[in-house]
Design a protein around this ligand. Structure first.
Ligand code: ARG
Length: 587
């Protein structure tokens, strides 16, 4: 089924064609005067110039044609030539029925050709996840689900940071702390111990300690640099340590992401790109793209039209070590080989914009990916505290993701047990479900590129534009339907008539699902979907407060209301699944 907006546009286009008016003017938008109409077309104004006719006259002609279309209950010309369109009851009835009975709520999810790779998450191995990684995971997961819903084939890759200086620092620190000498003995040829020489909590403590010391101790820093380079060159003992580090951290990461309902198809990292580096570098040299500048190997990527300097892409440091640019380019090499993707979307902190500009230009220039491949950097803003500064712990440290989640869980648990229908395990579990919605919705309801304030009190509130409010609405609908089903056997019923303002608004909001999915994908903006479901919840709650659904005596009418709110619930449940969270049974 086409979205409502597209159906209306098709009808308006026909009318334009019939009257020999250029169809490019046949654009329709959601009404900015919902008190007057549902949609509007302002095309008569645009067409007037070339037709040498008064816009009001053109609008009247178009309106005349459109008024014969059963989609509309009312077609009116207003002002200098606006065409105001209102949808008819029969159109609502048909559309709502289709949404209720077709797959994917009537959204046209026909399979699209080509693969999209999504690069999000991007945790750094052996460093604790911090709130900066939260946004990437939340936005990426949601966009992946939305793209799949629209019929795209998406492969998600976590792209762990596991090839940089932090590895050399950890190796150096392990040496200092007296880890088994076999890892550091270059003459050792035997097997390495199976057990890792640390636990995850030790590992989490080792990295910050090493990082701190490297800033004060020049010799230590030099040794860490050397260890990083030797690891990259394949030194056996260091590779064995890397494997331990990976094993320990990946299982910890998996637990963390599972808690967030975030899933990846590929658990690859920078290190997986390493085998592709030598060949890639050779080709860049042979084709004349790479040259030495101040000892380092670089590729120039500046363009004449640049208004801001774009420095060269750094391929190898003077000591031959790989850099962030290098691993990202080599990652594109294997992605191209394995998937030949039509698009690669990176969901990363917007402060990395320049890095991606350089990498994308270099990848195209050197032919790592074809010119037609769409490389998209979706940079997100910072999550700030109420003070407007990056979110911190109470004592000013970097807030760990696990800490943040636990804090919100506790807060939610308090609230839920306060208003108190739930106790014990159910209360705990419900608190976790609602807390996740609070966190994710709080994030996703903002435009990705904007900084936002993570306001715990506001995000966990059951009122206003929040995750808990959305869930609360779903739970409310479930409870009405449950009560209804206790004494009625629901049969085949039609959708209700739009006999009050509040039910009409509810129906209108409901049928707008598909067009909101369209605008959400076309802008990669889950905040669009959030705004849509917030409006839908408001429309439902308004209707609910005006209508004592279960007390209605006319059984057929009551049944039709139940059918409509059942559909509203489906739309909400589907939408929050696309955002990456779910609703509890009760709350
Ligand atoms: N690990 C990086 C960081 O924490 C993010 C990785 C983003 N993805 C990429 N392909 N570079 O900043």
């Amino acid at each position: 089924m086409m979205s409502v907006k597209n159906q209306i546009e098709a009808s308006v286009r026909n009318a334009f064609a019939k009257l020999d008016i250029d169809e490019k003017f046949a654009k329709v938008s959601v009404s900015n005067r919902p008190d007057l109409c549902d949609y509007q077309c302002n095309g008569a104004m645009g067409a007037a110039k070339s037709l040498h006719k008064a816009p009001a006259q053109i609008a009247a002609d178009i309106a005349e044609v459109l008024s014969g279309d059963s989609i509309f209950s009312k077609v009116e010309v207003a002002g200098p030539g606006f065409i105001n369109l209102s949808l008819s009851d029969s159109f609502f009835g048909d559309s709502l029925h289709k949404m209720d009975t077709e797959d994917n709520l009537g959204y046209d999810s026909a399979a699209k050709s080509g693969t999209i790779i999504m690069d999000y998450g991007g945790p750094n191995v052996a460093k604790p996840l911090h709130v900066g990684h939260l946004r990437s995971a939340i936005i990426g997961e949601s966009l992946k689900r939305i793209l799949r819903f629209t019929g795209e084939e998406v492969v998600s890759d976590i792209h762990m940071g596991d090839w940089g200086l932090q590895m050399g620092l950890i190796i150096t620190e392990l040496f200092e702390r007296g880890a088994d000498p076999c890892y550091f003995d270059e003459d050792y040829t035997g097997d390495y111990p199976k057990e890792p020489p640390f636990t995850i909590s030790e590992l989490e403590e080792i990295y910050p300690a090493a990082s701190l010391r490297s800033k004060e101790d020049k010799d230590y820093y030099e040794r860490a640099l050397l260890a990083t380079k030797e690891l990259q060159e394949g030194r056996r003992g260091y590779r064995a340590l890397l494997e331990h580090i990976m094993n320990v951290s990946v299982s910890d990461l998996k637990r963390n992401y599972e808690r967030l309902s975030v899933e990846f198809d590929l658990w690859k990292g920078e290190a997986d790109a390493a085998p592709y580096i030598p060949d890639m570098v050779e080709r860049m040299k042979a084709d004349g793209y790479a040259h030495i500048s101040e000892g380092a190997l670089v590729v120039d990527v500046s363009e004449e039209s640049d208004t801001k300097e774009v420095p060269p892409c750094m391929i190898l440091k003077s000591d031959g070590a790989a850099l962030y640019d290098t691993t990202d380019l080599a990652t594109l090499v294997w992605r191209e080989e394995d998937y030949h993707p039509k698009a690669v979307i990176y969901i990363v902190d917007k402060r990395q914009q320049m890095h991606f500009t350089q990498v994308f230009r270099c990848a195209k220039k050197t032919g790592i990916v074809p010119e037609a491949t769409q490389l998209t950097f979706l940079g997100f803003g910072t999550m700030n505290g109420k003070d407007g500064k990056p979110f911190k712990t109470r004592d000013g440290g970097v807030m760990r993701l696990s800490e943040l989640i636990s804090d919100i869980n506790d807060k939610m648990y308090e609230k839920i047990t306060e208003n108190a229908t739930l106790t014990g395990d159910e209360a705990r579990q419900t608190a976790e479900t609602v807390a996740l919605a609070a966190i994710k919705y709080g994030d996703l309801s903002n435009q990705p590129s904007k900084d936002y304030v993570f306001d715990v009190d506001r995000f966990t509130s059951f009122e206003g534009n929040t995750g808990p409010y959305i869930l609360y609405t779903i739970v409310r609908i479930s409870s009405i339907i449950r009560k209804y089903n206790e004494d009625e056997a629901p049969g085949a019923v039609s959708m209700p008539a739009s006999d009050s303002e509040s039910i009409r608004v509810l129906m209108l909001e409901t049928v707008r699902f598909s067009e909101n999915i369209d605008s959400t994908v076309s802008e990669y903006a889950p905040n669009r979907l959030c705004a849509y479901i917030y409006g839908l919840c408001n429309a439902f709650n308004h209707f609910y407060h005006e209508t004592r659904i279960l007390a209605i005596e006319d059984e057929a009418k009551k049944a039709s209301y139940i059918r409509l709110i059942g559909l509203v619930k489906k739309v909400l449940v589907t939408s929050i699944d696309l955002l990456g969270f779910e609703a509890p049974e009760r709350m």
